[in-house]
Every structure is written in C-alpha cells, then in structure tokens.
Design a protein around this ligand. Structure first.
Ligand SMILES: NC(=O)c1ccc[n+]([C@@H]2O[C@H](COP(=O)([O-])OP(=O)(O)OC[C@H]3O[C@@H](n4cnc5c(N)ncnc54)[C@H](O)[C@@H]3O)[C@@H](O)[C@H]2O)c1
Length: 251
C-alpha cells in the first residue's frame, strides 16, 4: 500500500491528538508528501515539522475551509510547492453537543459551514488539477452520527452535516469517475481525540459499554483506512463509506 510519489492535502491536520494529524503522519509513513492545513497554523506547522523528521516533504498551511478564497490559496500553495495534488482528505470538523431546541441559527450555520460547506469548497478546489492529471482521491470524514443520529458529542446539525457529506460524496463520485477520481468517506464512531474532551470519565465509560469492542477507536485506526482508500489498492472503490466504530453501528 505505497503512497510513494503522491502529494496529499489533509485539512484539520493541526490538532495535537486529532485524526487529521494521524492521517497526515500515516500517509507520510506510506510515502506521501503532505500539506498539513488547519485554521490553527501553529498546529499545522508543528505537524509538518514532525513529518519532515520522517524524511518526507511537508508544509503547514493556514486555511479556513468555510472560505473559498482561503481554500483556493491552500490548493495554490500545494500546487506551487509540490506541482500536483493526488489526495485530498476532508478532515476539518467541529462539533457541538446541543439539543435541537437549544440550537441557535448561528450554531446551525457554523456547524454546517465547517463540516459540510468546507467539504464542498475543498473538493471543488482540487477537481481541476485532478482532472488534468486524470487521477485523484478525495476522502471525507463523515461520522457514525450520520447514520444513527448524534448523541452526547454532537447535535442534529452535526448529524445533518455528516449525513450530507455522504450524499455529496456519492453525487461527486458519479460526476468525476470518468476523470480517474474516486470519492469515498469514512464514518468513525467514538475515537479518542480532543473533539470529545469535557465529558466526565464515568459517562465516557458508560458509552464504551454500548460499543461491542468496549473501547474507543484510535486516530491511527481511522488513518489506516483513509490510507487504504488513498492507495491504488482501493482503485475500484468509489462513492463508498466505511464504518470504523468497533461494531457500534452496522449497515
Ligand atoms: N473524534 C471522534 O470521535 C470523531 C468521530 C467521528 C467523526 N469525527 C470527525 O473526524 C474529524 C476530525 O476530528 P477530531 O476528533 O480529530 O477533531 P479535532 O477537534 O481534534 O480536530 C479538528 C481540526 O479541525 C480544525 N478546524 C476547525 N475548524 C476549521 C476550519 N474552519 N478550517 C480549517 N480547519 C478547521 C481544528 O483547528 C482542528 O485542528 C472531524 O471531521 C470530526 O467530525 C471525529
């Protein structure tokens, strides 16, 4: 499963214990050069430094995935530095544990903008270069919340955005298949990252009891599946979503 010679953009890669960082490191370990992009530029640059220590090329780039101009600059920087973009991982995301009755219009707009509009803007921005090279891999971070509703960590806006990603990915997959581009998603269950910090341990352990594997997943377990989808081994897979949830939801 080599990614030697590939160039990957990973959004939301700047979180210290995040899935994006694990994806960036995992793709680099398999040979890819990395554009670590995040609204937190310091975090993104730290991850890029870690990747350079692995002997791969990497840059940290500031991006706000909700802003088309900022996204265009991110892709422009990637093309200038590395000459191409083979892989886009749409990982940047935010959540908010709130009931619908308490969700404000501003909450709704913010969560939909980062999680769903961001996926649209970043995907659109890499399409032309991927079409020209007749090859590309777009991989989105959806969530188990897309399939069975939210819960302690995310509200209905989060579930709606993550379900929206699945519809968007299938539609885009059909549009771009003739250009050699595949579009797939992963749907993690509970993963041990900072996005869910704040819940008391006894509540967290009660959630573990509902998972057949009785534990949260690791960011690296998500990253390995993303790396598979980015590789030539997944050449015949498009419009698909892969659950990574210890059995907590099966479809
Ligand atoms: N952790 C879980 O249990 C879990 C489960 C299912 C899905 N996911 C999804 O996986 C992805 C990563 O989650 P995580 O747990 O690593 O979260 P995290 O909070 O650790 O990392 C998210 C990153 O996105 C960045 N970000 C936020 N808004 C941004 C914006 N507008 N532009 C650019 N970057 C922005 C943040 O700075 C942060 O570095 C998210 O899409 C999340 O919804 C996480």
């Amino acid at each position: 499963m080599s990614l030697e010679g590939k160039v990957a953009i990973v959004t939301g890669a700047g979180s210290k214990k995040g899935i994006g960082k694990a994806i960036a490191l995992c793709l680099a370990q398999k040979g890819a050069d990395i554009v670590a992009a995040d609204i937190d530029i310091k975090g993104a640059e730290e991850v890029a430094e870690e990747i350079k220590e692995l002997g791969k090329r990497a840059i940290g780039v500031e991006v706000n995935v909700t802003n088309e101009e900022s996204v265009g600059q991110m892709v422009g920087t990637a093309l200038r530095q590395f000459g191409k973009v083979d892989i886009l991982v749409n990982n940047a995301g935010i959540t908010q544990p709130v009931k619908t009755i308490d969700t404000t219009e501003a909450d709704w707009d913010r969560v939909i903008a980062v999680n769903l509009k961001g996926v649209f803007l970043c995907s659109k921005a890499v399409l032309r270069p991927m079409m020209e090279q007749k090859h590309g891999r777009i991989i989105n971070l959806s969530s188990v919340s897309a399939k069975r509703g939210g819960g302690v960590y995310g509200g209905s806006h989060y579930s709606a955005a993550k379900a929206g990603i699945l519809g968007f990915a299938k539609s885009l997959a059909r549009e771009v298949v003739e250009h050699g581009i595949t579009v797939n998603s992963v749907a993690p269950g509970l993963i041990a990252t900072e996005i869910r910090v704040g819940l008391p341990m006894e509540k967290e352990r009660a959630i573990w009891e509902t998972i057949p594997m009785k534990r949260p997943g690791t960011a690296m377990e998500v990253a390995e599946t993303v790396a598979f989808l980015a590789s030539d081994s997944a050449a015949y897979i498009t419009g698909e979503d892969i659950d990574i949830n210890g059995g907590s939801h099966m479809d």
